[in-house]
Design a protein around this ligand. Structure first.
Ligand SMILES: Cc1cc2nc3c(=O)[nH]c(=O)nc-3n(C[C@H](O)[C@H](O)[C@H](O)COP(=O)(O)O)c2cc1C
Length: 410
């Protein structure tokens, strides 16, 4: 299975006769022979290396690299699976930030990548690369936002009017709710929320199902969410679906089914994010882990939903690092008034920054909550303040804009 591994380390200054050029030259040849590709970044003190190749080859090489006395503090940052390489045909390419300017290094890295532009923007590997390169630059201070300075301006039905009434011949319907990124003025993704044909909640819908069939129904209904995305024409936008992790384990061929339906409805796997909850993940972790590998290998994204409402908390991230983490609404609600909530969210932000995990704050209802969270560094939001779920469509989106003319935009 195609594996990508990222680690960081520090040059061992007590190592005499260190030559970066000869290290890279011999690494290139050895990597090419093992069909391992990737890049090595160096800033005079720290290394960041991306290695991609077959799982066993990566493990063997990494064990050797780890034991190499030319560097110290070798820390694995990410291990992931994917459908294709980012750096095809490159045995090992060196980028030395001591000699090249950060901006030119970044553009050269992106030029060497074989991934399409729209994929590199949110790709975790490229986020690690960007952060490493941008560490050379001065950080830009973040302004503190005040609720009185902001107003919400509606954008009406960005995907056109919702499909009226219920869609026929389906056991359920879907309501779409955007996750927005106000600082960029863009929709980050659309979450498809299941509804019964009577308009009932997901809990109500699943209570009406024969309990032996819950996993099967959970999986099969996702096809209607993809069909809806196609009907309303989501273009390059992402669609997030909720799935019980055990549906991936218990229903034979679950990942193939999802892939078939994704492609049949004109979507790319990279446009799809599967949201699972923390509690469900923990209960069947080992089986679930192999299903996750398959999903990642297919290119499908993963998010942890309702983070902080369960028992695992931050320790879950030692076992599994998703692309996206959604902070539970209980923690978000009235965050501007609560010291403990603010402390918890700050620690989640710090942890996810180090791991390049994108954060979403769920359940935003008040502008004060958004102001605090945006000032703290969160960029993606979901909640009634911005947009309500809309049955079979996407409703109005309310974007924050400066209320006072002359006030700088985000
Ligand atoms: C920062 C750093 C990155 C390295 N990257 C690679 C690499 O990509 N491929 C490789 O074969 N060796 C790489 N090496 C060298 C290996 O650690 C090791 O010296 C080499 O694989 C030879 O191993 P051997 O002596 O067991 O044959 C790297 C070493 C360092 C310090």
């Amino acid at each position: 299975m195609l594996t990508t591994l990222i680690y960081k380390s520090q040059l061992n200054l007590s190592c005499e006769s260190f030559s970066l050029t000869s290290l890279v030259e011999s690494a290139k040849l050895r990597n090419a022979a093992r069909n391992i590709t990737g890049i090595l970044l160096f800033n005079g003190v720290d290394f960041l290396q991306i290695l991609e190749g077959a799982e066993e080859d990566i493990n063997t090489l990494f064990a050797t690299i780890r034991a190499d006395s030319r560097h110290l503090n070798v820390v694995e940052l990410m291990r992931d699976y994917g459908p294709r390489r980012r750096f095809e045909n490159i045995g090992m390419l060196l980028f030395d930030l001591c000699t090249d300017a950060p901006d030119s290094v970044l553009s050269t890295v992106l030029r060497y990548s074989k991934l399409e532009r729209y994929l590199t923007a949110e790709d975790k590997v490229f986020k690690f690369i960007r952060s490493f390169i941008n560490r050379q630059k001065q950080p830009v201070p973040r302004p503190t936002l005040h609720p009185d300075d902001w107003t919400l301006i509606p954008e009406h039905a960005p995907f056109g009017h919702a499909i009226p009434g219920l869609i026929d011949n389906q056991p359920c319907q879907f309501a779409l709710q955007p996750i927005v990124e106000p600082s960029e003025g863009k929709i980050s993704s659309l979450e498809a929320l299941i509804r019964g044909n009577d308009g009932g909640s997901p809990e109500h819908f699943f209570n009406t199902i024969d309990q032996d069939k819950v996993y099967e129904v959970d999986l099969l209904t996702k096809a209607y969410a993809f069909a809806l995305a196609e009907k309303i024409g989501i273009g390059d936008h992402k669609i997030a679906i909720n799935l019980l992790p055990m549906s991936l384990v218990n229903v034979p061929g679950a990942v193939d089914f999802l892939m078939d339906k994704i492609l049949a409805h004109g979507l790319q796997p990279e446009q799809v994010v599967i949201e699972v909850t923390e509690n469900e993940m923990i209960s069947g972790f080992n089986q679930f882990n192999s299903a996750i590998k398959q999903l990642r290998a297919a290119g499908i994204g993963l998010a942890i939903d309702d983070f902080g409402s369960g028992y695992a908390g931050l320790s879950l991230l030692t076992r599994f690092q998703p692309d996206k983490l959604k902070i539970d609404r209980e923690i978000i609600s009235d965050i501007h008034l609560s010291g403990p909530k603010q402390a918890i969210v700050k620690s989640i932000i710090s942890c996810c920054t180090d791991l390049e995990i994108a954060l979403v704050a769920e359940g935003i209802e008040r502008i004060e909550e958004w102001c605090w969270l945006e000032s703290a560094g969160i960029k993606r939001f979901q909640g009634f303040l911005f947009a309500r779920p809309q049955l079979n469509g996407v409703g109005d989106i309310h974007w924050p804009q400066p209320a006072v003319s002359g006030h700088p935009a985000l």
